[in-house]
Ligand binder design. Sequence first.
Ligand SMILES: O=c1ccn([C@@H]2O[C@H](COP(=O)(O)O)[C@@H](O)[C@H]2O)c(=O)[nH]1
Length: 231
Amino acid sequence: MTATPAPIAVALDAPDLATAVGWAEAVGPYVSTVKVGLELYLAHGHDAVRRVRGASGGRDLFLDLKLHDIPNTVAGAARSVADLAPAYLTVHASGGTAMIRAAAEALPQTRITAVTVLTSLSEADLDAVGLAGPALDAVRRLAVLSVEAGARALVCSPREVAAVRAAVGPDIHLVTPGVRPAGAALGDQTRVATPEQALADGADLLVIGRPVTAAADPGAAAAAIAAALAG
Ligand SMILES: O=c1ccn([C@@H]2O[C@H](COP(=O)(O)O)[C@@H](O)[C@H]2O)c(=O)[nH]1
């Protein structure tokens, strides 16, 4: 176990629980957080969350369920995962003020984490869904709205993190997926930066999935990124 694990949430987007548990065991010594998303949670639910968290050595839990529904339903969904005590639970910022507030009131111990604009979306994608203008404008607007509604963390791409920090101040945790070590495959991510750049620009937590989990040795991949961040 390293003395100070790196501020990385490894996305355990695995097709089966055994794979996710293996990844969690391998990366646990190097990272602060394990992230459980829709693929694992919908297949295996609470049990998967407890198993991967245990395998990671009790790292913080990031529950990335991206809730997006009417406020009453989102509040109920948030209460349904309260026993897992996630450090972070995601909701879509575009669900609006009342929805974000409902989640924050339902789960006061958890940082309700508002996803501003998905890091897979390009400027052209945003145009196509009617969000014309630079991605940064939408990200900043949704970030401010979310914080006013009670979100204590935000998801944005590393390309926007410095501007979001300037807009929301030092107390809000900024979480950046779309992180790719130099030369790594982008996959479906479009608004990306390296781990070093994301951290330098003000991110608190880097979400990294495939660059670690698709590596031949996920533990070594996580250790290498953690070492690079430690300088
Ligand atoms: O805007 C967002 C919000 C969430 N994610 C999630 O982060 C990871 C990224 O995985 P990679 O393999 O490093 O691309 C994944 O679980 C997404 O659901 C995101 O990418 N962008």
